[in-house]
Design a protein around this ligand. Structure first.
Ligand SMILES: NC(=O)C1=CN([C@@H]2O[C@H](COP(=O)(O)OP(=O)(O)OC[C@H]3O[C@@H](n4cnc5c(N)ncnc54)[C@H](O)[C@@H]3O)[C@@H](O)[C@H]2O)C=CC1
Ligand SMILES: O=C(O)CCC(=O)C(=O)O
Length: 447
């Protein structure tokens, strides 16, 4: 088996050798899906996985815009249209200086499996730019978003490709991009999700990724007759996903100890409660400041510069910042400190070494493509509401989100059950995600 997986990875490396994040994401899938393909005649010998690792289309384009000093700036924009076997391409846009083809291809590849897991008809894509929103004025953000969409518009559409937010892209950016798309096409359609409430957005979409991650962890705990009640929780990040994961975990009776950003983390031993979380939302969403500012208002908490929060003792860890933010050593620390559940809110936040540690310790571990799928699932619900030209209530969308997270959990259990009764959620998510896309590809022939 190892030689089959190595042989496959050799082929992928020949074409993508300079793309480490993409190779990491493919390796994780290959290790679990290739044995399944070999055991199942209908998939064997069809090179389905080899087809799935090649994007259907990768678009790269120039984005020129003018900053507040009148200087012309040039960034690179991308859209990776990875797989459309089960629906229009769907996935977020990331604006961050580290964005490159490797990062977007890993995200787009993960998105194909994730979207398949949601039970909704969505293919996989991802895009973005190496533009850094940090420190930019609202006018600069608007000019950049308009310039970005003035090229992207010709490649997307409500039945072709429906982007949304990711790191550095929230409601403000979606608004500017939607405005330019509408102007260029002269039509009001659900071409983006994560829109504002008064112009086609879905209730609960802002909360959905963080809430969904907690719902997924809740399902894992429930299988063990356990819950969030009274648990200590360490969270990384302080953006969209981290904020709403914290909000839901607090509601379920947990105590949140940490939040972080790329400069360091805050540790509040007394717990970050609803009131304090509101202040975090003010710092991050309105002031667009740093998480270190938390301790100015709450001096009993401490700020640890230049470090990640994984050395803090906890029951549950929710990595909600970015890829490869939790390594093998940090995983060991979490386990030694008694952590019994890790549920990924970010995409691929745990390194392969960290995952190895979690598996060896047999703690509950949920891969992002399953546990953070609530965001894109609710985007799918936004698309449905746009097509029907109606808006569902908060309760209706939240109930659908809960049901979808339970379905995803059950699919992972179906395909990931070990003989000893434990669940390999990675194997479960990869195979369950693969089957639906592979079946559609087989039905549609070699294209
Ligand atoms: N927004 C969404 O609906 C979804 C987001 N995700 C993933 O969740 C993660 C967070 O995304 P959002 O919260 O939407 O973005 P965001 O832009 O709202 O927040 C990102 C957070 O990560 C922190 N961060 C960025 N780079 C970092 C680094 N190198 N080290 C430590 N912290 C860093 C930022 O300070 C910020 O707190 C990403 O991995 C994203 O791909 C996954 C599914 C859906
Ligand atoms: O809502 C969406 O379409 C995108 C969400 C996303 O980018 C993700 O799941 O990583």
């Amino acid at each position: 088996m190892k030689s089959k997986i190595d042989g496959f990875m050799e082929l992928v490396k020949q074409r993508n050798g300079h793309e480490p994040e993409f190779l990491q994401a493919v390796q994780e899938v290959a290790e679990t899906v290739i044995p399944y393909i070999i055991d199942n005649d209908i998939y064997f010998g069809k090179n389905i996985l080899l087809r799935m690792v090649e994007p259907e289309r990768l678009i790269s384009f120039r984005v020129s815009w003018v900053d507040d000093d009148g200087e012309i700036q040039v960034n690179r924009g991308y859209r990776v249209q990875m797989n459309s076997a089960i629906g229009p391409y769907k996935g977020g846009l990331r604006f961050h200086p580290t964005v490159n083809a490797s990062i977007l291809k890993f995200l787009a590849f993960e998105q194909v499996f994730k979207n398949s897991l949601t039970t909704l008809p969505m293919g996989g894509g991802k895009g973005g730019s190496d533009f850094d929103p940090k420190g930019k004025s609202d006018n600069e953000i608007m000019r950049f978003c308009h310039a970005f969409m003035s090229e992207l518009f010709r490649h997307i559409g409500p039945n072709t490709d429906v982007p949304a937010g990711d790191i550095g892209v929230g409601a403000r950016e979606i608004g500017f991009m939607f405005g330019m798309y509408k102007k260029l096409n002269n039509e009001f359609t659900g071409v983006l999700t994560g829109k504002g409430q008064s112009w086609g957005g879905s209730l609960i979409r802002p909360e959905a990724t963080g809430y969904g991650n907690v719902y997924f962890a809740q399902n894992m705990l429930k299988r063990k007759n356990d819950s969030f009640e009274g648990k200590t929780v360490v969270i990384s990040g302080s953006g969209n996903v981290a904020q709403f994961a914290a909000e839901k975990a607090i509601e379920l009776g947990a105590k949140i100890l940490t939040l972080s950003d790329s400069a360091g983390y805050i540790y509040d031993e007394e717990g970050i409660d609803t009131e304090k979380l509101k202040h975090v939302m003010f710092i991050k969403n309105e002031k667009r400041g740093r998480i270190s500012e938390y301790v100015e208002k709450y001096p009993n908490a401490k700020y640890v510069a230049g470090k990640r929060p994984w050395s803090v003792k906890c029951d549950i860890a929710l990595p909600c910042a970015t890829q490869n933010e939790l390594n093998g050593e940090e995983a060991k620390m979490l386990i030694e400190n008694g952590c019994m559940c890790v549920s990924e809110g970010a995409n691929m936040p745990s390194t392969p070494e960290a995952i190895h540690e979690f598996n060896n310790a047999k703690i509950l571990f949920a891969p992002g493509k399953a546990s953070n799928a609530g965001g894109v699932a609710t985007s799918g619900l936004e698309m449905s509401q746009n097509s029907l030209r109606i808006s569902w209530s908060r309760e209706e969308v939240d109930n659908r989100l809960k049901d979808i997270m339970e379905d995803i959990h059950d699919s992972c259990v179906q395909y990931g059950a070990n003989e000893d009764g434990s669940i390999d959620y990675i194997r479960g998510a990869n195979i369950a995600g693969f089957v639906k896309v592979a079946d559609a590809m087989l039905a549609q022939g070699i294209i």
